[in-house]
Design a protein around this ligand. Structure first.
Ligand SMILES: C[S@@+](CC[C@H](N)C(=O)[O-])C[C@H]1O[C@@H](n2cnc3c(N)ncnc32)[C@H](O)[C@@H]1O
Length: 504
């Protein structure tokens, strides 16, 4: 019988992460700030996620873009089922989830997509599946469409390649479940290191990584290091493959990289400016930065927008704080320095957002012609650090809120049993906002009519801790007074923010 997993780890669960880079408003800002025409973020957007895992992000996108048509596939039926269940529980009608492989998915009658996203896929599948992905994009992406593609890259991973291969081979030769094989392989590699293996002695990065892997969560280790396929790629090669689908690398979704003067010395910048071949220039940049992971945005027919149109579109873009103002650091750290967040243009933006989400036009001084570009750069930094998020136009808030309310109810209910869905969905953002489990339990209690929601959350956490203690795990019981104080802090700090985001 054909093995549908094709060497992919399928018996270890994967996190139900939310990735903002996959949302249309984020992608639009990453492109527009660079002067490239963005994808639409409202209306009849056709959106597709390949290898969606448990599908939290694509459900968030469908919920916050009610007129969009969202398609998602993951060939692991257990993952696709989680995604489907979430959509059903939250009454999200505009998402189609399948457990199809890329090839099977491509054979379906699908609309031409405006946006196709794949996160954590491309370097974890065999060359033939990468080919299938490229063919899918060539056939199914509309012209003008946008692809978000993240992957492990070279040269950053180069010192780790032999270690990774060794671990994978050792795990294949061990017995038992994937978890048991991982433990056996890690122990085996440690024993090789103790014997003084020359590779690990000569490559301190690899030696440190082996120790670090031993301390990482096992679900992550399983998918990052123990897939049979793990191929860090040169950007140059990825760009060539995407070229076959008529795509051009257009911008990085790693917004920190957009602030060149804080990532590259003047000599680096001069060296790169002398390279006309864009994929090679990006590859040399990866060498300079010793890049391990890339978040590329490709466009099928990128179009530069006129400066005046860029200005108009950016001025109409809405932004919101993701954490209370006084929790934001004083500086954003970069490889070559720091960018001030509490003063200058970033400080002014943060102050301007305290009362709630604002469009950029409300944050720019009309008297100072230079202020617009300064504020755009500050927003690139603030969005890059995750302290500010890009939003959708205010006009659709009420319609979107009808949808997101139901999804948030489901997310809150799930907090009772664990901490898998860690964000609440915001109709303002067109995305989600990370919210601590304790805060989600407060909100769950409140939504069920418990005025003393601190006691409600305390009772759940106490019962959970006692159950773990009965199983012999050493877990500290929660303190009722501690939780009461955190509830007061929640009321003072988080509640106003969640209200501004249309979550409450
Ligand atoms: C590392 S996980 C990333 C999941 C998700 N994108 C995320 O970032 O949370 C890779 C996913 O790709 C799926 N996958 C791997 N090969 C596939 C294929 N040939 N067709 C469809 N899905 C595939 C796996 O089942 C897995 O869920």
């Amino acid at each position: 019988m054909d093995d549908w997993t094709k060497g992919y780890i399928a018996d270890v669960d994967y996190s139900q992460g939310y990735y903002r880079e996959l949302t249309p408003p984020f992608l639009a800002f990453a492109l527009l700030s660079q002067g490239i025409r963005p994808p639409k973020t409202t209306g009849k957007l056709r959106y597709c996620e390949l290898g969606a895992g448990h599908g939290f992000t694509c459900n968030v996108v469908a919920s916050t873009h009610p007129e969009a048509e969202v398609w998602a596939t993951d060939f692991n039926p257990a993952f696709a089922a989680t995604a489907r269940r979430l959509a059903d529980a939250a009454d999200i009608p505009n998402i189609n989830v399948l457990d199809a492989s890329f090839e099977e998915f491509a054979a379906l009658d699908l609309p031409p997509f405006d946006v196709i996203v794949l996160h954590g896929i491309y370097s974890w599948v065999m060359a033939e599946h990468r080919k299938a992905i490229v063919e899918f994009i060539r056939d199914k992406l509309a012209f003008g469409g946008v692809v978000y593609l993240s992957y492990n890259c070279l040269p950053g991973w180069a010192p780790i390649l032999p270690l990774r291969r060794l671990l994978s081979e050792m795990a294949q030769r061990a017995t038992g479940s994937t978890d048991e094989r991982i433990e056996a392989a890690l122990a085996e590699a440690e024993s090789l290191a103790e014997l003084g293996a020359g590779y690990l002695e000569a490559n301190s990065t690899a030696r440190k990584q082996l120790t670090a892997i031993g301390q990482m969560p096992r679900y992550y280790v399983a998918h990052e290091y123990f897939n049979r396929i793990w191929t860090p790629l040169y950007h140059l090669d990825v760009a060539r493959q995407m070229h076959q689908a008529k795509l051009t690398f257009t911008a990085s979704a790693e917004l920190q990289h957009h602030i060149e003067r804080l990532c590259l010395t003047p000599a680096h910048q001069q060296k790169l400016a002398g390279i006309d071949d864009l994929p090679f220039r990006e590859t040399v940049r990866d060498v300079i930065l010793n890049q391990q992971f890339r978040k590329d945005i490709f466009v099928r027919g990128p179009e530069r927008v006129a400066a005046s149109e860029r200005r108009e579109l950016l001025l109409a873009t809405r932004f919101a704080l993701t954490v209370p103002r006084d929790q934001i650091e004083t500086w954003a750290d970069y490889p070559l320095g720091r960018y001030p967040l509490d003063q200058g243009p970033a400080g002014e933006i943060l102050d301007g957002l305290v009362q709630g989400p604002r469009v950029l036009a409300d944050l720019v001084s009309p008297k100072d012609p230079e202020d617009f570009e300064r504020k755009v750069e500050a927003l690139v930094v603030l969005v890059g650090t995750g302290r500010v998020e890009v939003g959708l136009p205010p006009a659709g808030d009420a319609t979107r809120a009808e949808r997101t309310r139901r999804l948030n109810e489901v997310i809150l209910e799930r907090a009772r049993h664990g901490d898998q869905l860690q964000s609440l969905v915001s109709p303002v953002l067109g995305g989600a906002l990370k919210v601590d489990r304790l805060h989600r339990l407060f909100l769950l209690g409140e939504s069920q009519g418990h005025t003393d929601f601190a006691s409600f959350a305390y009772a759940i956490l106490k019962e959970e801790a006692e159950a773990k203690q009965r199983q012999g795990q050493s877990v500290r019981a929660p303190s009722p007074l501690g939780i009461l104080m955190l509830a007061q802090k929640f009321d003072a700090e988080m509640r106003p923010l969640l209200t501004q985001h249309g979550i409450l």
